[in-house]
Design a protein. Structure first.
Lengths: 391, 599
C-alpha cells in the first residue's frame, strides 16, 4: 500500500515536471512562430502598401485627366491592397460619381458615411449625389451635415462658407429663394471679404431675388477693386432697377469708361444704360420736386406720349378709336395749361395717369416702345418711389 | 521499474490515480486550448498571407480578362498539385471539414503533421493560382491538426485527445473568418453535433485566442461593410423571402453538380486522376480568360464589389452561375481547398441580383444592394452547408451590422427548409459517403427526437385501491377486480404518492399469507419493511405496504428514465405535474419496449 502511494507520488511529480517542460516548449515555439509571422507580415504589409500606393497614384492621375473609368479600375486595384483605406474609397466613390454611376457612388459614400457621419467631405459628396438623384430633402440634409461637419483638409471656416454657398445655389435652382437668402446671409457673415467672394455673393443674392443685398456685395467689391468694370456695371444695373438713377448713371458711366479700354460693345451698352439713367433723372416727375419743375416734366412726358399716339393713330387708328384712350385725349384733362396744373395738383396726377395708360395701350397696339417712350413706361410703376432717390 | 513505466506522459498519467489524472487533463485541456488558439491563429494568418502573396505572384496584381497567365498558371499549378497530392500529401485533398470529423470519430483525434503541412501549402498554392476554392475549411483543418499535434505531446487520454480536433477546428475557422461566434457554432453544429459542456469552454477559449491573434495582424474591422438596413417598407421582406427561395434552389443545383461530378472523377484510375487538377485549372482559367476573372480564387474582393452595387444584374447572375461551375470543377478534381468562400460568393451574387432586380423594377423599395448580397451569403451558407444557426451569426459577425437580423433569419430559414426538402442529404454527408466513410450526420442528430413517457403512456387498466382503506374494506374493493387480468395493483397513499404492487403481494397482504419473493428480493433488495402498526386490530392497507413509494414520474420525462425502475416495480404510475398524485396513466416495461420498437 505504502509503495503504491509512493509510486503514485513519483508518477505525479514526474508528470508535473514533464507538463511544465512541455508547456515551456510550446510557449517558446509560440513565441518563435509569432516573431516569424510578424516579420513576414511586416514585409507583406509593406509590399501591399506599395502596390496600393502605385495603383492609387494611377487612379488619381486618371481622375485628374478626367478619365473616371480608368480611375475606377485603378482605385479598385488600390483597394485590393489597402482594403478599407478611406482616402482610396473616397477617391473611388468620387470616380464612380464622375463616371455617371451615381447610384454606386452614392452607396459607396453611404458606406463611408456610416463610419464617419461627421465628415464634411463625405457629407458634401452625398449632398451632391442626392441632388443629382433629385432627392431634395436628403441633399439639404447632407449639405447641412457638411456645413456642421469636420473638415480635415483646408480651412474649415472657408470650406463651410463655400458649402453654404453651394447649398444656396442648390436652393436657388430648386426655386426656393427664401431659404437660399437665409443661407447666403449666414455664409456672408462667416467669411472674410475678398473681391471674388463679394462678387460671388452679389451674383447669388441677385439669383436669390435679393437685389438689396446683392448691391451691398457689389459695392463691397467696388471698394476692394474700384476699377472693376463688372462690379460697377452690376451695381449700376441694380441701382437702375431700383430706380436709383443718379447712382446708376454714376456707376454705369464709370463702368463704360473702364470698358471702353477693353471691350467696346460692353462699353457702348454701359454708356447707353448710363444715358438712360440720366434721361430718366431728367424726366422723373418726383412729387418732391418744386411744383413748377414737376409740371414742366409732366408736360414733357405728355408731349412724348402724344407724339407716339399721333404716330400710332396713323398705323392702327381704328383699334385706338375703339378704346377709351382717344376719348380721354379729347377730354379736358388732356390739355391743361402749366398754370392750371400748378394750381390744381390733382390734375397733375390725372394727366400722368393718362400718359402712362396711353404708353401701355400703345405698347400693346403698336409694338414695344423704344427711346423716351420706353423710359416713360419704366417710370410708370416707380413714380411714387423716386422721391428719395432723386434728391 | 517506476522509471521505465513512466517514460512517456501517457504511461505516467496511467500510473496516477484516476481522479488526479482527470483533474490534470481538465486543466491541460483549458490551458492547451489557448495555445492551440494562438498557434492556429498565427498559422492561419500565415496561410492567408501565403494565398495573397501567391495570388499577386501568379495572377498579377490586377488579373483581367485576356491575360494569358490566367490560362497558363492554373494548369501548371494543377500539375504540381496533382503530383504532390498523389505522392506526398495524399490526405490533403478535400475541404477539411470531413477530415476533421473523421479525425474526431474515427482516428481518435489524430491528424498527421504531414497533412497539416500539405493542406497549408497546396491549398495556398491552389487558391493563389486561381482555383475556385476558399481558405476557411483548410484553416479549420490546419487548426485541428495543430491541436492534434500539441495534444499528443501531453499523454492525454484517448477520450480527451479526440476533443482536441474540434477545439483546433474552431480556432482555425475563427481566425479565418475573424468571427469567433460563427466558428464556435459551426464546430458545434457540424463537427461535434451537440452542446457538450466538456468541450464548450475549450472551444470558446481557443476560438477567442485565435481571433485575438488574427485581429492583432489584420485589424478588428468586419470583413464586409454595408449601410444600416432600415426596413422602411415591410413589403421588402418579400424580396428577402424570394432570395431565400433562390438560395434553396441554387444550393440544390450546386449540391447536385458536386454530387454528380466528384464520384465520377474519383472512379477513374489513379493516373487519370493526375490529370484532373490541371484540367480543372484549365477550364477555370478559360472562364477567367474569356471574361470573368472574378470567379478565380476565393473572390472576397468581388463580393465586396457586389455589395457596393458595382455589377449589373446580368453580370451578377453570370458570376453566380460560373462560380458554381468553377467550384464544382475545382473541388471535384481533388484539389485541396474549401467550399465556404465559394458558397459565400455564390450567395452574395444571387443576393445582389435580387437587390439589383428590385432597384430596377421596384424603385420605390429602397433596400441597399449590399444588404441583399450579405443576406444572400447567409442564405447559401444555411442551405448548402446546412448550418442555419451559424449562417445567421456569420452574417452578423462578418458585417458587424445587427440591423439586418430580420431579413437574415427570414431568408435563411426559407432557404434551409427548402434545401432540406429538395435535398435531404447534406453536402458533407454526401462527400463522406462518396469517400466510403460513415460519419455521424449532425443534421440528423439535431433532428433526432427523444421519446418521452407520454409516448408510451397507457390508460389505467389495473385495480386501484386506496391506501387509507382498512384491510377489510380494501379486500372488498379488490374483490370487484377479480376479473381484471392485470398483474399489478396501484395503491393511492394518503401522502399523494403511489405504490405499485404485484398482485401476489396484495393477495398476501389481504389474506395474511406470506407473499412470494419478488425479483428484487431475490436480487438482494429488501422488500418494504412491515410496519409495526400492521399488528393492530384494523390496520390500513398503506400501513401494511410500508413507507416505500413508486418514483414520481411525469409525462414529459425521457422514456429511458423509466427503465431502471422496472427492476423493482411491475408498473409505473405517471402523474400530473400540476396536481400532486393525479394519475395521467401508467407505463410497464412492455409498453416502453414496444414504443422503442415502433421508432
Amino acid at each position: 500500500m505504502a509503495s503504491e502511494i509512493g509510486e503514485n507520488a513519483t508518477a505525479r511529480r514526474s508528470l508535473v515536471l514533464r507538463d511544465a517542460v512541455s508547456l515551456g516548449a510550446i510557449f517558446l515555439i509560440t513565441g518563435l512562430l509569432f516573431v516569424c509571422t510578424l516579420f513576414l507580415f511586416r514585409s507583406f504589409s509593406a509590399h501591399r502598401a506599395e502596390l496600393a500606393r502605385r495603383w492609387s497614384d494611377r487612379g488619381r492621375r486618371a481622375l485628374a485627366d478626367n478619365k473616371p473609368k480608368e480611375a475606377i479600375a485603378d482605385l479598385h486595384a488600390a483597394l485590393l491592397y489597402a482594403p478599407g483605406s478611406r482616402d482610396y474609397e473616397q477617391l473611388l466613390a468620387q470616380a464612380l460619381g464622375q463616371a455617371g454611376r451615381t447610384e454606386e457612388s452614392y452607396n459607396y459614400f453611404l458606406g463611408l458615411h456610416e463610419t464617419a457621419p461627421g465628415d464634411g467631405d463625405i457629407n458634401l459628396a452625398l449632398a451632391r449625389l442626392a441632388a443629382a438623384r433629385g432627392n431634395r430633402s436628403e441633399a439639404v440634409q447632407y449639405y447641412r451635415a457638411a456645413i456642421y461637419g469636420t473638415w480635415s483638409a483646408g480651412d474649415g471656416v472657408e470650406r463651410r462658407a463655400a458649402v453654404r454657398s453651394e447649398l444656396a445655389r442648390y436652393l436657388i435652382a430648386q426655386q426656393d429663394p427664401e431659404s437660399a437668402r437665409m443661407e447666403l446671409l449666414i455664409a456672408g457673415g462667416n467669411s472674410p471679404d475678398t473681391y471674388e467672394r463679394d462678387m460671388n455673393f452679389g451674383h447669388l443674392f441677385e439669383a436669390a431675388q435679393d437685389p438689396k443685398n446683392a448691391a451691398i456685395y457689389y459695392h463691397k467689391a467696388i471698394a476692394l477693386r474700384p476699377d472693376s468694370a463688372e462690379a460697377l456695371e452690376n451695381a449700376g444695373r441694380l441701382a437702375y432697377s431700383a430706380a436709383d438713377y443718379a447712382s446708376a448713371r454714376k456707376l454705369l458711366e464709370r463702368a463704360s469708361q473702364l470698358r471702353s479700354r477693353e471691350d467696346s460693345s460692353q462699353a457702348a451698352g454701359d454708356a447707353d444704360a448710363a444715358h438712360n439713367a440720366g434721361r430718366l433723372l431728367e424726366l422723373t416727375p418726383a412729387p418732391s420736386l418744386p411744383a413748377r419743375e414737376r409740371v414742366s416734366r409732366i408736360l414733357a412726358l405728355r408731349s412724348i406720349a402724344k407724339k407716339r399716339l399721333d404716330a400710332c393713330t396713323q398705323q392702327a387708328g381704328q383699334q385706338l378709336a375703339a378704346s377709351d384712350i382717344a376719348a380721354r385725349w379729347s377730354g379736358p384733362d388732356a390739355n391743361p395749361s402749366a398754370v392750371a396744373l400748378i394750381r390744381e395738383p390733382a390734375r397733375q396726377e390725372a394727366l400722368l395717369e393718362l400718359v402712362f395708360d396711353t404708353e401701355r395701350k400703345l405698347d400693346s397696339v403698336c409694338g414695344p416702345a423704344s427711346g423716351d417712350d420706353a423710359l416713360v413706361l419704366r417710370l410708370a410703376p416707380t413714380i411714387k418711389e423716386t422721391t428719395a432717390t432723386h434728391d | 521499474m517506476t522509471e521505465s513505466r513512466n517514460s512517456t506522459p501517457a504511461a505516467a498519467s496511467a500510473a496516477m490515480d484516476p481522479h488526479a489524472a482527470s483533474v490534470r487533463e481538465e486543466r491541460l485541456l483549458l490551458l492547451l486550448s489557448i495555445f492551440v488558439g494562438v498557434i492556429s491563429g498565427l498559422l492561419v494568418v500565415s496561410f492567408r498571407m501565403a494565398i495573397e502573396w501567391l495570388t499577386v505572384l501568379l495572377q498579377g496584381s490586377v488579373p483581367g480578362p485576356h491575360q494569358p497567365r490566367l490560362l497558363i498558371v492554373p494548369v501548371l499549378a494543377g500539375i504540381v498539385i496533382a503530383v504532390l497530392v498523389r505522392f506526398v500529401f495524399p490526405a490533403a485533398r478535400g475541404s477539411g471539414v470531413n477530415q476533421t470529423k473523421a479525425a474526431l470519430y474515427i482516428h481518435n483525434g489524430y491528424i498527421s503533421s504531414r497533412t497539416v503541412l500539405g493542406k497549408f501549402l497546396l491549398s495556398a498554392f491552389a487558391i493563389g493560382s486561381g482555383f475556385s476554392l476558399g481558405p476557411e475549411d483548410p484553416s479549420l483543418q490546419i487548426g485541428a491538426g495543430v491541436a492534434s499535434l500539441i495534444s499528443r505531446r501531453f499523454g492525454i487520454s484517448r477520450a480527451r485527445l479526440r476533443l482536441f480536433a474540434p477545439i483546433g477546428a474552431a480556432a482555425g475557422l475563427a481566425a479565418a473568418f475573424n468571427a469567433p461566434i460563427s466558428a464556435i457554432l459551426f464546430v458545434i453544429e457540424e463537427v461535434i453535433g451537440n452542446w457538450s459542456a466538456a468541450v464548450l469552454g475549450s472551444v470558446v477559449l481557443s476560438a477567442v485566442s485565435a481571433v485575438v491573434v488574427a485581429r492583432w495582424f489584420w485589424g478588428a474591422e468586419p470583413m464586409f461593410r454595408i449601410p444600416v438596413v432600415n426596413l422602411v417598407d415591410p413589403r421588402e421582406l418579400m424580396a428577402y423571402a424570394v432570395l431565400g427561395i433562390i438560395g434553396g434552389i441554387a444550393s440544390l443545383v450546386f449540391t447536385k453538380a458536386l454530387g454528380w461530378l466528384r464520384p465520377l472523377l474519383r472512379r477513374q484510375g489513379p493516373n487519370w486522376q493526375l490529370l484532373h487538377p490541371p484540367a480543372a485549372g484549365f477550364l477555370v482559367g478559360c472562364i477567367g480568360y474569356f471574361g470573368l476573372p472574378q470567379i478565380m480564387g476565393a473572390g472576397y474582393e468581388t463580393i465586396d464589389q457586389a455589395m457596393h452595387g458595382q455589377f449589373a444584374l446580368k453580370l451578377l447572375l453570370l458570376l453566380a452561375l460560373f462560380k458554381i461551375l468553377a467550384t464544382t470543377l475545382s473541388f471535384s478534381s481533388g484539389t485541396p481547398g474549401g467550399m465556404f468562400a465559394p458558397t459565400l460568393f455564390i450567395g452574395a451574387m444571387f443576393g445582389a441580383s435580387v437587390g439589383a432586380f428590385e432597384h430596377l423594377y421596384f424603385p420605390h423599395l429602397t433596400g441597399p444592394i449590399g444588404s441583399y448580397a450579405l443576406v444572400g451569403m447567409g442564405v447559401l451558407f444555411a442551405a448548402f452547408l446546412r448550418a442555419p444557426l451559424t449562417s445567421v451569426f456569420m452574417v452578423l459577425e462578418v458585417s458587424g451590422n445587427y440591423s439586418i437580423i430580420v431579413p437574415v433569419i427570414l431568408s435563411n430559414t426559407i432557404a434551409y427548409l427548402l434545401s432540406r426538402a429538395l435535398q435531404p442529404v447534406p453536402i458533407f454527408e454526401i462527400f463522406t459517403h462518396q469517400d466510403g466513410l460513415y460519419l455521424p450526420s449532425m443534421e440528423e442528430r439535431r433532428e433526432e427526437s427523444n421519446l418521452h413517457l407520454e409516448d408510451a403512456l397507457q390508460p389505467v387498466a389495473v385495480p386501484v385501491l386506496q391506501g387509507s382503506d382498512t384491510l377489510a374494506s380494501a379486500a372488498g374493493a379488490y374483490a370487484q377486480y377479480a376479473e381484471n387480468p392485470g398483474s399489478a395493483v396501484l395503491v393511492q397513499c394518503t401522502d399523494g404518492l403511489w405504490y405499485a404492487a404485484r398482485r401476489a403481494e396484495i393477495d398476501s397482504i389481504l389474506t395474511g399469507s406470506p407473499s412470494p419473493p419478488s425479483e428484487a428480493s431475490v436480487a438482494g433488495e429488501q422488500l418494504p419493511a412491515r410496519d409495526p402498526v400492521a399488528s393492530d386490530a384494523n390496520p390500513t392497507l398503506e400501513q401494511r405496504l410500508g413507507t416505500e413509494r413508486t418514483p414520481v414520474l411525469f409525462p414529459d420525462l425521457p422514456l429511458a428514465s423509466a427503465l431502471p425502475h422496472f427492476r423493482r416495480w411491475p408498473l409505473l404510475p405517471v402523474t400530473n405535474r400540476a396536481v400532486r398524485g393525479a394519475l395521467e396513466g401508467t407505463v410497464s416495461l412492455e409498453d416502453v419496449l414496444k414504443r422503442y420498437q415502433q421508432r
